[in-house]
Design a binder for this molecule. Structure first.
Ligand code: CAO
Length: 557
């Protein structure tokens, strides 16, 4: 083990730069080329990588410090004595490599300025000298046709395996056409965009000056410069988020929209921690991204269908046809409406209808209730009325155990099979539809389920259900049996994959092989997600459910 000094390598034409981000701390293991700090001038920011692998022992810089080539960044503990070789050689090498690039960049930028000064018609914006980088991928596009582009405004970000760079515009004007898209590979001189009405007659020579350090930094392999040109935090061009390339990369990997993240670093710079905390807030539901909000709006209550590419919702002046009264939707209706619409649109749902014979079950339920009334059943279940829905819940648990995909949820390309049986039931309340959940229905008896259902239904009607009492369902039942109707097509309560609709049982003539018998038939409507469940499985589920409801002893088999 030996201690070596890690110093700021050749950073091109930068005389003195400010440390704006510390990416490691004492005790951190670092890999060779891992970024240690971010430094920034008024024109560019870059990350300073480590020349060796090892463990950080002591940081020699603090936020706000000014550093230049050769400044001590940190003390690194490395294996053996090999680390004693300080990265002087590559720095010197890079200096040589950087100089001509800087010059050529300055020259090409000057040329661009000169040609810009003369041009009035459409002008081409090309990839400037980006040092040793070849075939770099376009990873971000900041502008779109019709945008007013300022001189030096960042147009795109390109990225190699070592660096990310924003490419500024060599001219000002209106963007007529973009010649690249995300994923394209570009090289020096490639056409990026066509600008029209180029107002670059006053193109300042500063364009050349600002480009030079960028090219120098990008060209220096020892620095492995992750340079962001012309990204001045104080002027914040285009309102672009102020973040280092590695933070941008991190945000891209997570799909975090950086322009929505508030920076807590120096001069409002967005740090890794800011991206993480934004992600946490989105995941916990405390924050919604603009895209998610827009999507919610496009499928939410009151939208005009434009977000779905549909023709607009008809706008009618109803008052023309008679007197009207306008009432706002309740909060619950607004929330459930948005959820129902999403589920109806996004789930390829199919409904199977069936009837099952509950003659004996209903007789048993009625006699149980009568007996309880007569004997005045005491204890915890005193006064509890046994409901058909409680039997349905128990029967569904048995069917879910036999057909586990009905108790699952889609997670990307995988299915999450739940080993718990939490059954939601739709409750009609004055404020709208609510779905309380009977937790662990498999572990509870009919009396307990009946009791819990009646308590939860009351709480729902009184608007007193807690979020916990409405969450975690793995399957839902929607019963309109106490009201009427024959069949309906319930909407799946995502991310569940099936829902059972139940309607009013009626006496029907059922052929027993010799004669029609009057039987109490219960109509079932099972809606299922065809991405997870097939029609045959749905038919089997309904048949099995019917068999259980027809004879509960089957649960024991
Ligand atoms: N067939 C025939 N009668 C039925 C029945 C069925 N399937 N289910 C219940 N009944 C009868 C009961 O026997 C009871 O009659 P009595 O008062 O004569 O004893 C009456 O209907 C009420 O039944 P219940 O007290 O057991 O209540 P329930 O279990 O039917 O319903 C609850 C409870 C919370 C589900 C119900 O109040 C409710 O809100 N239902 C509406 C659900 C809904 O809105 N679904 C649609 C969602 S999609 O918009």
């Amino acid at each position: 083990m030996s201690l070596i000094e890690i110093k700021v390598p050749d950073i091109g034409d930068f005389a003195e730069v400010t440390v704006i981000e510390l990416m490691v701390k004492p005790g951190d293991p670092v890999k060779a080329e891992q970024s240690l700090i971010t430094v920034e001038s008024d024109k560019a920011s870059m990350e300073i990588p480590c020349s060796h692998a090892g463990v950080v022992r002591e940081l020699k810089v603090a936020l706000g410090d000014k550093v230049k080539e050769g400044s001590l960044v940190l003390m690194l503990e490395v294996q053996g004595a090999a680390g004693a070789a300080a990265p002087v050689a590559p720095a010197a090498e890079s200096k040589q490599a950087a100089a001509p690039v800087a010059q050529s960049q300055a020259a090409s930028s000057s040329a661009a300025s000169a040609s810009a000064a003369a041009s009035v018609g459409p002008v081409e914006v090309r990839v400037p000298d980006i040092g040793d980088f070849k075939n770099v991928a376009v990873i971000e596009i900041f502008v779109k046709p019709g945008d007013n582009i300022r001189l030096e405004q960042s147009l795109i970000t390109v990225e190699s395996d070592k660096a990310a760079m924003e490419i500024p515009s060599s001219h000002a004007g209106v963007l007529k056409e973009l010649k690249v898209k995300v994923g394209d590979k570009v090289n020096i001189g490639d056409l990026l965009a066509m600008l029209e009405g180029a107002a670059s007659a006053a193109a300042p020579p500063a364009a050349a000056a600002s480009a030079a350090p960028v090219a120098a930094a990008a060209a220096a392999p020892a620095v492995a410069a992750l340079a962001v040109p012309a990204h001045n935090p104080t002027s914040a061009p285009l309102g672009l988020p102020h973040a280092s390339p590695s933070v941008r990369k991190f945000a891209r990997e997570l799909g975090v929209p950086l322009n929505e993240v508030k920076g807590s670093g120096l001069k409002g710079r967005i740090t890794d921690a800011d991206v993480q905390s934004f992600t946490r807030s989105v995941m916990s539901g405390a924050v919604q991204t603009l895209a998610a909000a827009a999507q919610a709006k496009s499928v939410g209550a009151g939208n005009d269908g434009a977000g779905l590419g549909l023709i607009p919702w008809p706008k009618v002046d109803f008052a023309k046809f008679g007197s009207i009264e306008r009432k706002e939707l309740s909060r619950i209706k607004k929330i459930s409406g948005a959820n129902l619409l999403r589920n109806a649109i996004m789930i390829p749902a199919v409904t199977n209808h069936d009837d099952c014979d509950i003659t004996e079950l209903e007789a048993f339920r009625v006699s149980t209730n009568l007996e309880n009334e007569k004997t005045g059943k005491a204890g915890v279940h005193a006064g509890v009325k046994v409901t058909m829905l409680a039997f349905l819940i128990k029967a569904c648990v048995a069917a879910l155990k036999k057909f586990p995909e009905f108790n699952s949820s889609l997670d990307g390309d995988a299915l999450i099979y739940k080993q718990y049986f939490h059954i939601g039931f739709a409750a009609d309340t004055p404020n709208g539809l609510m779905v309380p959940v009977i937790k662990d229905a498999d572990k509870k008896g009919i009396m307990q389920i009946s009791q819990e259902m009646s308590e939860l239904a009351k709480k729902a009607r009184d608007g007193k259900l807690s979020p916990a009492e409405m969450s975690g369902a793995s399957f839902t039942i929607s019963s309109l049996g106490g009201i009427g109707g024959r069949y309906f097509t319930p909407i799946i309560n995502a991310p569940e994959v099936a829902i059972l609709g139940v309607c009013k049982s009626t006496i029907q003539p059922v052929w027993d092989g010799k004669a029609f018998q009057p039987r109490l038939m219960l109509p079932l409507s099972l809606t299922w997600d065809h991405r997870v469940i097939d029609g045959a499985a749905a038919a089997r589920f309904n048949v099995y459910l019917g068999q259980i409801l027809g004879d509960f002893r089957r649960v024991l088999l």
